[in-house]
Write a protein that binds this ligand. Structure first.
Ligand SMILES: CC(C)(COP(=O)(O)OP(=O)(O)OC[C@H]1O[C@@H](n2cnc3c(N)ncnc32)[C@H](O)[C@@H]1OP(=O)(O)O)[C@@H](O)C(=O)NCCC(=O)NCCS
Length: 176
């Protein structure tokens, strides 16, 4: 898909963010890279949490600052994907979560949206002065593996996710 942009989420995106949430609740899939949008019926409460999570002074204890992005097609409002960039790694992120989480609307899969989003996010990481970025996915998530490998991911040692009981593939991507 062409003319995709990755932008910070804003209050004006409310209707389309909540439509994205509904689509995932209907498909029953995991809303990765959405700052736990699945847990919020109220957009403002979710948005407040996104804002608090973006600053070291206000992020939840034990969590690292993170930025929430949405993917749109230029000139359109529908949310096609969501991506969260975690500015640093804590122990959980080092082993399981990585720097970047993402998901793509179930109706728009296999059109290169995740790949485009990850490439855009890597540019943001580069501009923040990062040298390498950790991106992870479950061993069963073949689509995400393709996305990460297409963006230059090099496999490191795997870990184990006790929540899902699955092996986690851990990839480093050089961004400089
Ligand atoms: C993983 C996910 C983000 C991919 O989004 P997407 O926009 O469809 O990804 P892209 O189109 O950029 O690339 C998908 C690639 O996987 C391939 N693919 C899709 N399903 C596949 C499968 N079951 N087995 C193997 N390859 C598969 C596609 O052919 C494509 O490869 P290609 O570029 O070589 O043709 C999307 O499926 C999703 O949101 N899933 C639920 C949440 C999730 O798993 N997030 C990632 C957590 S790590």
């Amino acid at each position: 898909m062409e003319n995709l942009v990755l932008v910070h989420v804003r209050p004006r995106h409310q209707k389309n963010v909540m439509a994205y949430r509904q689509a995932f609740l209907a498909s029953g899939e995991s809303m990765d890279g959405s700052s736990d949008l699945q847990d919020f019926t109220d957009f403002q409460a979710w948005y407040d949490q996104v804002q608090a999570s973006s600053q070291r002074e206000t992020v939840k204890a034990g969590w690292v600052p993170a930025s929430q992005y949405i993917c749109l097609q230029r000139g359109h409002q529908e949310v096609l994907g969501m991506l969260q960039f975690r500015h640093e790694l804590n122990n959980y992120l080092k082993e399981i979560g990585g720097h970047i989480g993402y998901s793509v609307h179930p109706d728009y899969r296999n059109q290169g949206i995740a790949q485009t989003m990850l490439k855009e996010a890597l540019k943001i990481c580069y501009h923040q002065g990062m040298a390498k970025v950790l991106v992870t996915c479950h061993a069963s998530n073949k689509a995400s593996q393709k996305v990460i490998e297409a963006c230059g991911g090099v496999r490191d040692e795997s870990s184990f996710d006790p929540n899902s009981g699955e092996e986690v593939y851990r990839y480093w991507i050089q961004v400089n």
